[in-house]
Design a protein around this ligand. Sequence first.
Ligand code: EPU
Length: 413
Amino acid sequence: MDTIYITGGRPLSGTLAVQGSKNAVLPILAATAAIPGRFVLSNCPAIRDAAVTRSLLEHLGLRITEADTCLIVDSRGPIRAVPEAALACQLRSSALLLGALLARLGEAEISLPGGCVLGQRPLDYHLDALERLGVKIRRENGRLLCKGRPRSGTVIFPYPSVGTTENLMLAALGANGPVRLIGAAREPEIRDLAVFLTACGAKITGAGTPCIRIEPAPLHGAAHRILPDRMEAATWLCAAAATGGTLTLTDLIPDQLRAVLQVLRLAGCEITEADAELTVRAGPLHAPGAVVTGPYPAFPTDAQAPVMAALLRASGSTLFRETVFSDRFRHVPALCAMGAQIETAGDLASVRGVPALHGAEVSATDLRGAAATVIAALAAEDESIIHDARHLDRGYSYFPERLRQLGAEVHAE
Ligand code: EPU
């Protein structure tokens, strides 16, 4: 999808089942390279980042077939230690193959990974932690040459980095004794990785807390259902909130959206929760106060742009503080082109609600920024044209189709 055309002004309404989580399926796919076995992964989202990860794994020698939302992975044959550079540089999570390959082969050679540009995204936490477990790492022409099976030990993280936690959980599978991770990330996707690895025979305790312990154990294939995507859910909630719609989401875990729900409720949305279901009813909104992003369970950085878009017409001012990434207000110029009043300074963005937005021709900058731009266009009074809409394909399956299902006037090329 290159360009998306949206005629705004229609409240989004209806019922939608949430897709499987992007940020859960990517580390779980990487994990299948660490363990020789046959894996059946259900509820996989049809997104580009998962497709690129699949190609990376196939290039390493894994055999993968798909049926509906299931990926069936066979990693029992021999595998290579060098992921294809042209694929690895397309997504950040390719770095997780480091941990997986070190666990299985005791070596890995990987090109520096890509992903959305959200400011500096170094790998120093990953590499320092692996070095602390005895892995030897050399940097050569944009590649990382890593050797040595990780050894038993304790790693203290300087920051609860999601990717570092996942990479070290994978590397620890091949260690010669227990590995303790202190100061680990607590995101639900870490828990889901641990649930999957436990089904594969791994002995893991503490996932979802700052202290995770992994002990050596015989590993094998397993079946696993990927967690629902809390960020896709947040995006749809924001689209309904921005357009004054009524939307029911099914197949999700409301508790994992606590911080986002709190902000939307403070803004005036009526939200009811059931077991695996949420309904949002939105009318005129007001500013909920300050929104500060942070590691889970704080307000998620991935929801910052969509929530900002939802609040562009809320009465009063909302202050956003982005503490996770250094450059995550890249969607702001596109929102301002539609009439939004936003001022940014460093890690702060101040949104002053306006009575109405108008359509504009703009470009998307990154995955969640693209979602925010679409949300603003849905709330605007006439047609918007959003270029570089391909960012959406990274993380949202059947995005234009699902928007149309909820009553939006959208077409994509
Ligand atoms: N950081 C470092 N050095 C490192 C690793 C991270 O300085 O070695 C910094 C990052 O630059 C960033 C902060 O630490 O400023 C947090 O990074 P983290 O490692 O936690 O994030 P990530 O693993 O790169 C995952 C998600 C992101 C999500 C963040 C935070 C995946 C594939 N990506 O990224 O998702 O924003 O955690 O929750 O799981 C998205 O879905 O749109 C997305 C960007």
